[in-house]
Design a binder for this molecule. Structure first.
Ligand code: URA
Length: 251
């Protein structure tokens, strides 16, 4: 199987491994899905994400209203490695240069959904990753890779990170709702774009109108948030008069 690899594959440490399995989907898709590498079922069928991970992916995409048929589905590495083992970093580098970079350049996607750390890392290197805190947290708890916060890639597309479906399955599906939310986030970004300003701004004394306008604005965005801090009060929560107006600081 490995003997029919393209010449581009020469020099890759996975040259002797089963594969390659290339992408699937229209060449003018706005939406790219990038996984890690094909598993045994994908190798057998010659198509990405057709095994158990693919079933989870299909279900979450469908629930989010994303058509898999209109999406371009690919992997960072096109050849097989034993499930649950990390792919060799040289294979990641080799395959990116040989295939993935060109795939992204030719497709010019609007949104790229990365499934798992490998795909997220390859597009969002620490050098240009704004969401450093997410990366740090992820070292302790891999579910933070589900951050889903849209990241404006210098290549002109937005990356939304999500968990790998195989990882979700390994959690006994406890993280399935999180994966679902991240995929819905990607759909929001696809439909409405992502905010370009991730800066924190402070307004310690906003007018009521500024508060309402800002909250309205945040609700209309696919990502972001605001903290409303109220002055310290001595009343118990159940004694608070909800008709009363309280000054707030918007941070
Ligand atoms: N896991 C992946 O990362 N890609 C596939 O194609 C299948 C399983």
């Amino acid at each position: 199987m490995a003997l029919n690899k393209p010449t581009k594959c020469q020099g890759c440490p996975l040259y002797a491994a089963p594969g390659p399995v290339f992408s699937e989907g229209p060449k003018d898709a706005d939406f790219i899905i990038i996984g890690q590498n094909p598993g045994p079922t994908e190798i057998q069928e010659g198509r990405p994400f057709v095994g158990s991970s693919g079933q989870i992916l299909n279900r979450t995409l469908q629930r989010a209203g994303i058509s898999r048929a209109s999406s371009y589905v690919t992997n960072v590495v096109k050849c097989f490695t034993k499930p649950g083992t990390p792919v060799p970093p040289e294979a990641v580098r080799h395959c990116k240069k040989a295939f993935l970079d060109d795939e992204i350049k030719e497709l010019k996607p609007k949104v790229v959904l990365t499934l798992g750390q490998e795909a997220f890392n390859i597009l969002c290197s620490p050098k240009h990753l704004a969401l450093v805190h997410v990366r740090k947290a992820a070292k302790k708890d891999p579910s933070y890779w589900l951050a889903g916060a849209p990241y404006h890639h210098p290549g002109g597309f937005v990356v939304v990170g999500a968990a790998h479906p195989a990882f979700v399955a390994r959690t006994g599906f406890a993280l399935l709702p999180k994966l679902q939310r991240q995929i819905e986030q990607a759909k929001q970004v696809l439909d409405h774009g992502a905010p370009t300003i991730l800066d924190v701004t402070y307004n310690y004394n906003p007018s009521d109108k500024e508060v309402y306008d800002y909250v309205d604005y945040m609700l209309s965005q696919p990502a972001g948030g605001c903290d409303i801090e109220t002055p310290y009060k001595t009343e118990e929560e159940d004694e608070v008069n909800i008709q009363e107006t309280t000054r707030v600081s918007l941070i």
